[in-house]
Design a protein around this ligand. Structure first.
Ligand code: HEC
Length: 145
């Protein structure tokens, strides 16, 4: 019984039908943005930065509740003379002198895990994608204009 049904299906499926089913799967263009996100996309990062902008500026060297973040990728940790960092952050600078991408990703994922007692009142970014994107944006905010 089963065997007959199978052979019927097989012989009954013209090649054209099989092709018609397969071709659209390949012809559909990749979803716009999917690739950019994986690489770290500044435009998407600008949206993530909305979570930071109550406390930080990235395009002007002016401090708010938090220090400005102009050129933060590669900038020394706790380096602004006109900003009052927490003791925790100045101590962190002894072991982590520079905001490398890795250090930023770790701090932004869970600020209090990396710098316990930091005065940055921010829970953190959970998604790898958001972290990659915000770092791309911080590196070059003009890329999102
Ligand atoms: C509620 C306010 C607030 C929010 C929201 C916030 N921050 Fe902060 N941020 C601070 C404060 C305050 C400090 C200073 C921390 C300290 O001295 O312990 C800081 C410090 C930093 C530093 C270290 C700067 C330096 O000069 O060493 C970085 C980098 C940073 N924040 C990035 C971000 C990013 C990116 C976001 C968003 C994903 C964000 N922050 C969200 C308040 C905030």
């Amino acid at each position: 019984m089963t065997r007959i049904a199978f052979s019927r299906i097989r012989s009954g499926w013209p090649l054209a039908l099989a092709a018609a089913l397969l071709v659209p799967a390949f012809a559909v263009p990749p979803v716009a943005g999917a690739q950019e996100l994986a690489a770290g996309d500044a435009v998407a990062g600008a949206k993530v930065f909305r979570k930071c902008q109550a406390c930080h500026l990235v395009d002007v060297e002016k401090n708010k509740v938090g220090p400005h973040l102009v050129d933060i990728v590669g900038r020394p940790v706790a380096a602004l003379e006109d900003y009052q960092y927490s003791t925790a952050m100045t101590e962190y600078a002894q072991t982590q002198p520079e905001w490398t991408e890795e250090a930023l990703a770790a701090y932004l994922r869970k600020p209090r895990d990396v710098v316990p007692k930091t005065k940055m009142a921010f829970a953190g970014l959970k998604k790898d994608e958001d972290l990659a994107n915000i770092i791309a944006y911080l590196k070059d905010p003009s890329a999102a204009e």
